[in-house]
Design a protein around this ligand. Structure first.
Ligand code: SAH
Length: 574
C-alpha cells in the first residue's frame, strides 16, 4: 500500500490524481501532517508526501530503522515539478516509485542513489537475492576498485562494469578483496568485502503421504539443505507428482519458502532414471520414485538423494525429499524496438535491454538504443544481410549462459530475427519475447483507422520467397477483400513487384480505393499521405515505407483512411 500525505490544496490536487490512478494501491492519510506521516510510515510499504523535502526529512528521521525494511519515501514539491526519491531508493522501491509518480504527474523524477545515477547496477537490482556486505561491495563498484566475480553457478547476469573481473570458480579466497560470489552453497562471508548472490538453481523434489503436516515437510527440506551446505534462498521450486499438487503439507511448505510447486504426471516421473526407486509410491501413485524423479525431470545433478522425515513420536515418516542442482540456463530475449521513436519503445523492452550482458543486432538498430544499455554490455553488431549469422551468434551466446538481447525494429517477430533465432535455439536456454509496435500499426495510427477490419501484412521482398508464392497470397487477399499492408514494398533492385501487386488488388477494388503510404513512421523525417489505387505513383515508394491498401468499404474521411468495423457491409455487397 502507498500512503499519500499532503498539506495544501495544490498538494491535495496532485494527491487525488495519484489516488484516482491507483485506487487499489493507495491510501490517503488526512489530518495533521506529522501524525499522518507517522501513521503511514507504520502501515504502508511506500509513501508519497506532497511536502517539502526538508519537512519530510524532519518527520521521517526519527522513524527510520533499517534500509531493508523501511518504507520507500518519495517527495513531490508543491508545484508538481519534481518527484524526489528520498529514502529507500532500492529496498523500498522509491526510485521506481519516483519514476512512476513522475510519469503520472508529468514531474521530473529525481534519483540520487549512486548506483542508479551512474549506471552501475545496484547489487540489489540484479534480480537475485543478495546477502553479505552489500554496502561495502557497492562502494567498491562505484569507486572503480577491482571486484572479483566468482560464478560458481552459471547464471545470466546483466552487464557488470569492466572492473568486475570474473575469476575461475573457487580461486578467490574470501577476504582477498571485494568479491561478488554467485552460489547456492552456504558460505561464511567472513563479515566484510563479499556479497553472495543466490541463483534459483536448486529444485527440491518432495513426496508426502496424505495429511503430512507442513512442519514435517518444511523441516525435512530445510534440514536436507542445511546438512548438504545449501542455501534455502537458492530453491527455485518444490517438485512433486500431479496427484500431490494440492497436498496441504507440500503447498504449505512451498508457501513458507516463497517458491512455486511444480508437478509432473506419474508416467513422466516413472520414466526418470533414479538411484532409489521403491515399491510404496509405485502402488500409491504409479511411479517408483516421486521425490528423486520430480527433482531430476529437468536434468541436473542429484546433490541429496532421497531421505525421509524423522518424527519425534517415532511414527512412520510422512514425507520424502531429494535435492537437485539444475544445469545453468542462459537467457535469450528477443526484443522489438518499435518503429523508431523512443516513446514507442515499451518499458519492458527497455528493461530487457538493461537486463542483457550481450546485445546482438543490426548496427543501425543498435545506434537507436545504445544509450539505454548498461556500461559493459558486450555489443555484437553486424550489417544488413547477416541475419543467419546474427541468429546463430545470439543463440550461441545464450547457450554459454549469457543474458542476450537480440533486437529488431518494430516487432522482432515480424519479418525479423525471432524466427531465424528460434529455429536455431534448443530447449536448454530460456527465451523471452518482448513485442514491439510493428510498422503496420505505427502507420495505421498515422493514417487513421485503416485496420478497422480484417487485414494482412505481405512482404514484397522476393529474396526469401519466390514471387509466385507472394502473388498467390496477394490474389487471395484481393479476392477475400482484406486490407493489405505491404512491407519491403520497393527497393532499387526490386521495382516491378509493387505495381504488379497493386494491379492484382485493382482487379477486385475500385480505382478510388484509399491507399495509405507512410515513410519512416515515428522517425524524425516521417511523412505520410492518403491517396488511391489509381493515384499512387509507385516510384515515390521505397524501403523505408509501408503501403496500406483499403478494402472495398474503406473510405477517405476528412483526409483519414477509415475501414468500418462489423460485417454489415458484406450483406449489402452480396
Ligand atoms: N520487424 C519490422 C519489419 C522489418 S521488414 C517491423 O515489425 O516493423 C522491413 C520493412 O518494414 C521496411 O522495408 C518497411 O516496409 C517496414 N518498416 C519498418 N519500419 C518502418 C517505419 N518506421 N516506417 C515505415 N515502414 C517501416
Amino acid at each position: 500500500m502507498i500512503g499519500l500525505i499532503s498539506a495544501t490544496a495544490a498538494g491535495a490536487a496532485a494527491r487525488d490524481r495519484l489516488a484516482a490512478a491507483w485506487p487499489d494501491r493507495t491510501r490517503v492519510y488526512e489530518g495533521p501532517v506529522a501524525d499522518a506521516v507517522r501513521r503511514a510510515f507504520g502501515e504502508c510499504s511506500q509513501l508519497v508526501c506532497f511536502l517539502a523535502t526538508g519537512a519530510v526529512v524532519r518527520l521521517v528521521a526519527p522513524l527510520l530503522s533499517d534500509k531493508a525494511s523501511d518504507p520507500g519515501v518519495v517527495c513531490v514539491d508543491e508545484g508538481g515539478r519534481f518527484a524526489v526519491s528520498l529514502v529507500g531508493g532500492h529496498g523500498g522501491g522509491a526510485n521506481e516509485l519516483a519514476r512512476a509518480v513522475g510519469r503520472l504527474l508529468g514531474a521530473e523524477p529525481v534519483v540520487t542513489t549512486a548506483t542508479d545515477a551512474v549506471g552501475v547496477p545496484g547489487l540489489d537490482t540484479l534480480g537475485l537475492p543478495v546477502e553479505g556486505d552489500v554496502a561495502g561491495v557497492s562502494r567498491a563498484l562505484l569507486d572503480g576498485e577491482p571486484v572479483a566475480l566468482e560464478l560458481e553457478s552459471t547464471w545470466p547476469l546483466p552487464a557488470l562494469p569492466s572492473h568486475v573481473l570474473p575469476s575461475r570458480a573457487g580461486s578467490a579466497v574470501p577476504g582477498d578483496g571485494p568479491t561478488i560470489r554467485v552460489t547456492d552453497r552456504l558460505i561464511d562471508t567472513g563479515g566484510t568485502g563479499e556479497v553472495v548472490l543466490r541463483p534459483p538453481s536448486l529444485v527440491v523434489g518432495v513426496g508426502a503421504s496424505k495429511g503430512a503436516p507442513v512442519d514435517e515437510v518444511l523441516g525435512l527440506v530445510e534440514g536436507a539443505l542445511a546438512e548438504a551446505g545449501l542455501s534455502v534462498a537458492s530453491v527455485a521450486a518444490l517438485a512433486t507428482v500431479d496427484a500431490k499438487a494440492d497436498e496441504p503439507g507440500i503447498v504449505g511448505a512451498a508457501e513458507r519458502l516463497g517458491v512455486p510447486v511444480v508437478t509432473y504426471s506419474a508416467d513422466e516421473l516413472a520414466g526418470v532414471e533414479v538411484p532409489n526407486p521403491s515399491a510404496a509410491p509405485l502402488a500409491a501413485v504409479g511411479t517408483p520414485s516421486v521425490a528423486e524423479a520430480a527433482a531430476l525431470v529437468g536434468g541436473g545433478e542429484l546433490l541429496v538423494p532421497k531421505r525421509k522425515s524423522a518424527r519425534a513420536d517415532g511414527a512412520p515418516a510422512m514425507a520424502t525429499c531429494a535435492v537437485v542442482r539444475r544445469p545453468g540456463r542462459g537467457r535469450l530475449a528477443v526484443v522489438g524496438l518499435g518503429p523508431g521513436a523512443r516513446d514507442l519503445l515499451t518499458p519492458r523492452a527497455e528493461a530487457e535491454l538493461r537486463r542483457a550482458s550481450v546485445l546482438v543486432g543490426l548496427d543501425q538498430y543498435v545506434d537507436q538504443i545504445r544509450d539505454l544499455l548498461r556500461p559493459g554490455t558486450r555489443i555484437l553488431e553486424s550489417g544488413l544481410g547477416a541475419e543467419e549469422e546474427r541468429a546463430r551468434t545470439a543463440v550461441a551466446e545464450a547457450r554459454k549462459g549469457q543474458a542476450v538481447a537480440l533486437i529488431g525494429s518494430g516487432d522482432a517477430g515480424v519479418y525479423a530475427m525471432a524466427s531465424p533465432a528460434l529455429a536455431e535455439a534448443s530447449d536448454d536456454i530460456d527465451v523471452v519475447g518482448v513485442p514491439g509496435v510493428t510498422a503496420a500499426l505505427a502507420a495505421g495510427a498515422i493514417l487513421g483507422a485503416p485496420l478497422g477490419h480484417d487485414h494482412v501484412s505481405i512482404s514484397l521482398s522476393d529474396l526469401h520467397t519466390p514471387w509466385h508464392v507472394i502473388e498467390r497470397r496477394v490474389r487471395a487477399a484481393a479476392e477475400a477483400d482484406i486490407v493489405v499492408t505491404f512491407y519491403n514494398p520497393r527497393s532499387r533492385g526490386r521495382d516491378w513487384q509493387l505495381p504488379k501487386a497493386l494491379a492484382i488488388l485493382g482487379a477486385h477494388r475500385e480505382p478510388t480505393t484509399p491507399v495509405g503510404v507512410v515513410r519512416n513512421a515515428s522517425r524524425p523525417d516521417e511523412s505520410s499521405r492518403v491517396t488511391t489505387l489509381a493515384g499512387l505513383d509507385p516510384t515515390t515508394v521505397d524501403m523505408m515505407t509501408v503501403v496500406t491498401v483499403g478494402n472495398t468499404a474503406t473510405r477517405n474521411i476528412a483526409g483519414r483512411m477509415v475501414t468500418p468495423r462489423g460485417y454489415r457491409w458484406q450483406e449489402t455487397a452480396q
